[in-house]
Ligand binder design. Structure first.
Ligand SMILES: NC(=O)c1ccc[n+]([C@@H]2O[C@H](COP(=O)([O-])OP(=O)(O)OC[C@H]3O[C@@H](n4cnc5c(N)ncnc54)[C@H](O)[C@@H]3O)[C@@H](O)[C@H]2O)c1
Ligand SMILES: N[C@H](CO)Cc1c[nH]c[nH+]1
Ligand SMILES: [Zn+2]
Length: 377
């Protein structure tokens, strides 16, 4: 836990809560050099669309199709059953209003695809998007993706101030849950507003761990490790290997190399790290899957590099980091839905079984609970 970061972010969030839009404006000016309207106008959407080459529009559409294909399979049906003429189960309802944070230090339109597509499949009605502006503008590809997904509410807001604005409803209608990854400031702000709103997961600075043996192609492994370090100075990369030669080849700045005696030891190291992404490039990658409990995503073999998953495989690239893969997982369609417990009990079953509740209410000393069940005829 980074206590300095915690109190730094808490101070800014408190200020935003207390001073509202004035504070949001000040932090936008300070951190993003932006002064002006936050909501993106219709003209800005149109200008963005004009800027994008037709070929790129096709790339984006095809990628969205692939992401949709993968995610449609995740939608769960209500689970209901009837017993003694009573109805029991779980029904699912989409969250009404969500906020999507799109990272903007290096703008990531692919992240809006990864969050927007499952949100739409789940049936979320209202979506607000925030992204830090660059030179006063939103990345045109992000606006084009928003347009394709039918999202009209995009705000030029980044960092802690974007999370505060979405959580407390400042300069926009409050959202019910915030989705999307970000740097350490964004991630910590999301962690701190949890409870005021929901959050998807702690999806902070990118990470990769690679388990590889002597059979792995050294160049492939090295580029995969470097790919995630490219996201920023807080990103992490680990190589867990049984090959001394590979260990030496990948011994570069930013890469933590662990030479292990066996692949089982590599797997156990991976479980301790709980990396966002775990690549397994060994002779028999499937053979290790059973040994892995903690990873946001597991990618097997030479042809499943993380960047392919980041962009075009269709799998989701919003994943837990910083060890959060020990208790949470990849973003799915069901993160955009709430479970609601449903019961419709028949008189016959109620009267036959209420003695259980009546006695338990006596054990707990809750008289009105007991009466509620007793008074019914
Ligand atoms: N885990 C995942 O699923 C996942 C997916 C995609 C990207 N990522 C990560 O998202 C991150 C994106 O980071 P980014 O920086 O490019 O964009 P970002 O939008 O997350 O952060 C940029 C914003 O941070 C704020 N900021 C910067 N310095 C600050 C300071 N000193 N104090 C307060 N606020 C400050 C500014 O408002 C700035 O606009 C990367 O670390 C990347 O690895 C993670
Ligand atoms: N690797 C990031 C997730 O950690 C996702 C991403 C987006 N663009 C490129 N990469
Ligand atoms: Zn990436």
């Amino acid at each position: 836990m980074d206590f300095e970061l915690e109190s730094y972010v808490a101070g800014i969030l408190r200020d935003i809560r207390e001073r509202g839009i004035e504070a949001v404006k000040e932090y936008s000016k300070k951190f993003d050099g932006y002064e002006g309207e936050f909501l993106v106008s219709e003209e800005e959407f149109e200008e963005a669309e004009r800027l994008i080459p037709e070929k790129d529009k096709e790339i984006i559409k095809r990628t969205i199709e692939r992401i949709r294909f993968y995610h449609e399979k995740q939608l769960e049906n209500d689970k209901l059953y009837i017993k003694n003429a009573s109805l029991y189960g779980i029904i699912y309802k989409p969250i009404r209003r969500i906020g999507i944070y799109v990272p903007g230090g290096k703008p990531l339109p692919s992240t809006l695809m990864m969050v927007g597509v499952p949100a739409k499949i789940a049936g979320v009605k209202e979506i607000a998007v925030t992204i830090p502006p660059k030179n006063g503008k939103v990345n045109p590809y992000v606006l084009y993706v928003a347009k394709l997904l039918g999202i009209k509410e995009v705000y030029k807001l980044g960092g802690i101030q974007a999370i505060g604005a979405m959580a407390y409803g400042i300069g926009m209608k409050k959202v019910d849950k915030i989705f999307g990854p970000g740097n350490k400031f964004v991630n910590e702000a999301k962690r701190q507003v949890f409870g005021v709103v929901g959050i998807d997961s702690l999806a902070g600075p990118s990470e990769i761990a690679v388990i590889a043996d002597e059979s792995a192609n050294k160049e492939y492994v090295l580029y995969d490790l470097l790919s995630q370090l490219e996201h920023g100075k807080d990103s992490k990369a680990w190589l867990l290997t049984t090959s001394r030669e590979l260990a030496e080849y990948c011994n570069r700045d930013g890469i933590e190399v662990v030479l292990c005696k066996s692949l089982e030891e590599c797997a156990e190291k991976a479980n301790e790290i709980a990396p966002e992404h775990l690549e397994i490039i060994t002779e028999n990658p499937m053979g290790l899957v059973d040994l892995i409990d903690n990873a946001g995503a597991i990618y097997l073999g030479e042809y499943t590099p993380v960047p392919a998953a980041d962009y075009f495989l269709g799998v989701n690239h919003v994943l837990p980091t910083g060890g959060a893969a020990k208790f949470s997982g990849v973003l799915t369609v069901m993160d955009f839905m709430k479970r609601i417990s449903l019961a419709y009990v028949s008189r016959e079953e109620f009267l036959a079984e209420r003695y259980l509740g009546i006695r338990l209410a006596e054990i707990e000393g809750l008289e009105m609970h007991k009466r509620s069940m007793e008074v019914r005829r």
